[in-house]
Design a protein around this ligand. Structure first.
Ligand code: URA
Length: 451
């Protein structure tokens, strides 16, 4: 192992035997944490060659056994963000348009939420299904969303846990290996990646996010998978809701043709690519079908069938799931514009309320959370509600609102009511920095063909 650490430290590529030995060490515990941690830091600082990345991804993907093909035709993965409830909407939306989805999802950790936690806020929903149950449900309804099994790329589990405590998470090759090993292991021939960009994501700048997206698309292509990556904004939470039950409630609005505009736009784009890949049709044709399925109730009906199929109480989601009783608003004190939002801090406000976990063993409270209405460039008048906290005590609600206030930077636009458009435009330009100011949260798309 010392030789391997030395080679990576000095920028010398590992041989395929060495890569296998390393991954074996992550999987079976035969190499101690301190040496694996040293290797991770060497890889973080020196980077890895494309060949090493392809091989590592493959060996990590098969660390739990040979990959089998998925029952689903298309898979989707987000690199993680705040308020990202898109899987809850995409899975029924895409599957009701004839593209089967058999998705394995994970739990939230730190400031980001996880799809499984959100689904578990629906009473009765079963995240564990046997292989036979998954097959039966996909054959019957075209959809199943379940927990990742222990056999799914187990080497990534230990690698990720070590990265989390050694400041080596935000490395482009290490993220690419982690994400793509799980996607290869899950077995879908078509993969849509949602690469988040901004201060609530691992990649805060657009150029680095593009580099990550290109690397993941290359890995997929190398392994015979069809991959598209969409780069999407995470310099503000997606939609308004952040938490668990509260995000299910917002997902329902979107599935019924409503919901926040940015969430709907992002869902439409991701779904259009998933349907386009799954059915071999153009994105434009797919987009028309996606919009109809949202607006005419097909996606919502599919959601109801899916939830019932996995044991969930549909009557509980037809209306809002219950939320924590102590509710407090953050209110604008004067006419002002949102200059920037510390999205990472907003995710942490929800975490402190109990919506997330500091460690994987922590339990979460499904009913707490936030509605953060603020979007960069938005103007508020005195007394307007900027955000609402849902907490288990008055004190928790008060603390959450204080933290929200610190996370949302407002600047005065006193006396400029008539020139509001100009001022807001200016402020947005400054606040957005390298991110493009646009209605759509989708910043760019990277296809295999671009490589
Ligand atoms: N998501 C993953 O699955 N792995 C990473 O390393 C980062 C985001």
């Amino acid at each position: 192992m010392i030789d391997l650490i030395e080679k990576t430290r000095d920028g010398v590529a590992l041989t395929s035997d060495e890569v296998r030995r390393l991954v074996q060490g992550f999987t079976d515990g035969s190499i101690p944490d301190y040496q694996l941690a040293a290797w991770l830091m060497a890889a973080y600082l020196k980077g890895l060659s494309d060949d090493e990345v392809y091989l590592l991804t493959d060996v990590v993907a098969t660390s739990g056994g040979p990959t089998t093909s998925s029952l689903g035709v298309v898979d989707k993965h987000s690199t993680g963000g705040v308020g990202d409830k898109t899987t809850l909407i995409l899975a029924p939306l895409v599957s009701c348009l004839g593209v089967p989805v058999a998705k394995m999802s994970g739990r939230g950790l730190g400031h980001t939420g996880g799809t499984l936690d959100k689904l578990e806020s629906i009473p009765g929903y079963r995240i564990y299904l046997t292989k036979e149950e998954i097959a039966a449900q996909v054959a019957h309804l075209g959809i199943a969303v379940v927990t990742q099994t222990d056999e799914l790329a187990p080497a990534d589990k230990r690698m990720y846990a070590l990265r989390d405590v050694t400041a080596t998470v935000d490395s482009i090759p290490l993220i690419a290996i982690s994400v793509m090993s799980k996607k290869l292991a899950a077995g879908s021939p078509n993969i849509v990646l949602d690469v988040k960009v901004g201060n609530g994501a691992f990649m805060s700048s657009l150029p680095r996010a593009k580099e990550l997206a290109r690397m993941m698309v290359r890995i997929g292509k190398h392994h015979g998978r069809n991959v598209r990556a969409l780069l999407t904004r995470m310099d503000q939470p997606l939609g308004f809701a952040i938490g668990n039950a509260i995000e299910v409630n917002e997902a329902r609005q979107c599935l019924q043709g409503g919901g926040p505009v940015d969430l709907r736009e992002e869902v439409i784009e991701l779904a259009s690519h998933m349907v386009s890949m799954g059915r071999g049709i153009t994105v434009d044709v797919a987009r028309r079908e996606v919009i109809d399925a949202l607006d005419q109730g097909r996606a919502w009906r599919q959601f109801e069938q899916w939830i019932a199929g996995q044991g969930g109480d549909v009557s509980a989601v037809v209306e809002d799931l219950p939320l924590a009783p102590y509710r407090l608003n953050l209110v604008a004190e004067r006419t002002s514009v949102v200059q920037s939002i510390n999205t990472y801090a907003i995710g942490n406000v929800a975490l402190h309320l109990g919506a997330g976990r500091h460690q994987l063993e922590d339990t979460i409270d499904p009913g707490v959370g936030l509605l953060c209405y603020a979007k960069v460039g938005q103007v508020y008048e005195r007394g307007d509600v900027i955000a609402t906290a849902f907490a288990r005590s008055e004190e928790m609600a008060r603390q959450a609102v204080e933290r929200l206030k610190a996370a949302i930077t407002l600047v005065d636009v006193r006396g400029v009511r008539d020139e509001r458009e100009m001022v807001v435009g200016d402020r947005m330009g400054q606040a957005m920095g390298s991110l493009r100011s646009s209605e759509s949260p989708v910043l760019d798309t990277i296809f295999s063909a671009d490589q």
